[in-house]
Write a protein that binds this ligand. Structure first.
Ligand code: ZN
Length: 147
C-alpha cells in the first residue's frame, strides 16, 4: 500500500510541476473562472465545445500542488468526451474524494487523488477545477467559488 501511495504522490508531483494542457487555448469558445479562498487557488478553464463534445480543454492559473495536478489530470480525462460523460466523471470523482464508494467508476488516473479524502480542506483544492469545468459547460464567463 505504501508503494501505491508513493506512486500516487509521484503522479501528483509530476502533474503539478509539468501541468498538461496548461496555457491559453486559441480555439476555445467557453471559459469559466474558479476561486478557492480557503487555499488561494485560482483557475481559468477554457473549453472548445463543439456540439456536445469537448474537443479541447485548457487551464491557466495558480494554486497549490493538489489544485494544479487535479486540473491537469482533469484536462487529460475529459478531452474528447461528451458533456454528459464529463459530468458523470465529475460526479464519480467527487464521490471518490469525499470518501464514498464510486461504484462502476472508470476514474483511471484520477484515483491518485483519492488520498485527499483524509484532508477536508484539500478536497476543495482537488475539486476546484471540476467545479470550474462544470461552470464552463453551463455557460460562458461564469465565476465560481468553493466558499
Ligand atoms: Zn489548494
Amino acid at each position: 500500500m505504501s508503494d501505491l501511495r508513493e506512486l500516487y504522490q509521484e503522479v501528483i508531483l509530476d502533474h503539478s510541476r509539468h501541468p498538461r494542457n496548461f496555457g491559453k487555448c486559441p480555439t476555445c469558445n467557453r471559459d469559466a473562472k474558479g476561486h478557492n479562498p480557503l487555499c488561494g487557488d485560482r483557475i481559468t478553464v477554457e473549453l472548445d465545445l463543439e456540439g456536445d463534445t469537448i474537443k479541447d480543454v485548457h487551464f491557466q492559473g495558480q494554486g497549490c500542488a493538489i489544485s494544479v495536478a487535479s486540473a491537469s489530470l482533469m484536462t487529460e480525462m475529459v478531452k474528447g468526451k461528451s458533456v454528459a460523460e464529463a459530468k458523470k466523471l465529475f460526479d464519480q470523482f467527487h464521490t471518490l474524494v469525499t470518501g464514498g464508494e464510486a461504484d462502476g467508476a472508470d476514474l483511471d488516473k484520477l484515483e491518485v487523488l483519492a488520498g485527499v479524502r483524509d484532508y477536508p480542506v484539500r478536497v476543495k483544492c482537488a475539486t476546484l477545477a471540476w467545479h470550474t469545468l462544470a461552470a464552463a459547460l453551463e455557460g460562458n464567463h461564469i465565476q465560481v467559488a468553493t466558499e
